[in-house]
Design a protein around this ligand. Sequence first.
Ligand SMILES: Cc1cc2nc3c(=O)[nH]c(=O)nc-3n(C[C@H](O)[C@H](O)[C@H](O)COP(=O)(O)OP(=O)(O)OC[C@H]3O[C@@H](n4cnc5c(N)ncnc54)[C@H](O)[C@@H]3O)c2cc1C
Length: 481
Amino acid sequence: MQSLILDRRALLRLAGAAALSAQTPMALAQPAQLTGGARKRVVILGAGMAGLAAGLDLVQAGHEVIILEGQMRPGGRVYTLRAPFSDGLHAEAGAGRIPSTHHLTLSYVERYKLTLDPFLPQSGAGVFLWRGARQVTPFGGAPDVAKLNVDFSSADRAVGFDGLAHKYFGDLLAQIQRLPQDAWPLPALAPLGQISMADYLRAKDATPDVIAALCTGFEGDSALDFVHDAVSHAAPMLWKIRGGNDLLPHAMADELNGVIHYGARVTRIAQDDRGVSITYAGAAGSHTVRADRAICTLPYTVLRDIEVAPPWSPAKGYAIRNLYMGPVARVYVQTDTRFWEADGRNGFATVDQPMEIWSPTLKEPGRRGILMSYIYEDLAADYSHQSEDEQVRRSLALFEQIHPGLRDRVEGATTWSWLNHPWSKGAYTVIRPQDYKTVLPHVATVEGRVHFAGEHTSPWMGWIQGALHSGLRAAREAGGG
Ligand SMILES: Cc1cc2nc3c(=O)[nH]c(=O)nc-3n(C[C@H](O)[C@H](O)[C@H](O)COP(=O)(O)OP(=O)(O)OC[C@H]3O[C@@H](n4cnc5c(N)ncnc54)[C@H](O)[C@@H]3O)c2cc1C
């Protein structure tokens, strides 16, 4: 889920009221049934959203399921931080927003009767910080380009920050919106899969500042991947789950009571013509489970270090070794009050760096506040190599520029790095131009009795919806034939 520096209003404008031509393929969301009465034993590697969706589907169809999860909790990259915050406040380490167009994700939210709140402010002013110049932009307003030191052509000055997305890739986005949502990787648009977003924009005479405004951090992403991803960002509404997004995987895991083994780190995947053998290390030593089929939801960054016998096919092995996951780091600062709200600021900000600034406590009960920097790509790698103190110092300096006076209100801070997280070693899949033809076609393919799920194998890479969709798809593959 590549993030976009440009203001969300720009994407909304660009999305217009366009209804998506094709709805999420909800057929998969219909309950599975045993085909031909063949009850199978299926072992699922990982209890993230993909593993949980696959497990629920297979159990419902009457199969025997074992889920091996290395951590002591479900949810993987849907993870809500509750500590070290005070007063029951929380902030997301991973997935933050659920687009209103992600009907499959929303069907699970509905299934567990969770409540949704708007992710973005519905009022209040944002802060725009660009090359040291700060502007407070009223809700629904745009930064004044004339007062900013930007290298924009006169035509780009005329459309302003909010008009850039529409000008530079509005047509392509509309074209993708008209295609079925699960048509990824969109073979009809393959040439755009093989050029970078920066090259795509340069070919349209975008200046470096325009490129920075549109895709800073993601300049090297495949243009097709970037704009395809923007379709989800351009949903009419973005939601979050009241109480924390991890309530969803926890509800799913509760339903799978007895099926999930926590603290089970998979170390070896072996198969022969009769079944699969999965070896895992637990607190009490090493164990091997035997099953008819396996569904592997492990991120490829992790899978590439796991022993496998026999080896993957050459194309699959290449995909597993080379699929790229972008780094993400986050820095959270708790303040004694949400002092920025006193003069109508909502806490969110747009800056000229590869990061977003969120205010996770917006509309939460209580007086204390949390501000969060969501840092991606090279800058995130840079943060991830620093000590927590250095990261906090760096983000505090930026927050102080955004909300002057913040230093005096800080009570505590914490950090999170997905690059350093041993269970994913990265945040989410980003398709680079060189991977479109060599890696992408082999990410979801079956290897003998091992099926593959996870956001990376889906048409919604980097989204909860992709993980859920892939889990259902793999469950039907493994439980079916
Ligand atoms: C920073 C960030 C922001 C995001 N923002 C959004 C957003 O706004 N909206 C959205 O919809 N999505 C977002 N996503 C994406 C979403 O979180 C993921 O697409 C989804 O959670 C991936 O689920 P998964 O099951 O494919 O993988 P994972 O969640 O990674 O699950 C894999 C599981 O395997 C386990 N595992 C790993 N190695 C082993 C091993 N050796 N043995 C056993 N178990 C192992 C892991 O612990 C994990 O539980 C974001 C993700 C990140 C990181």
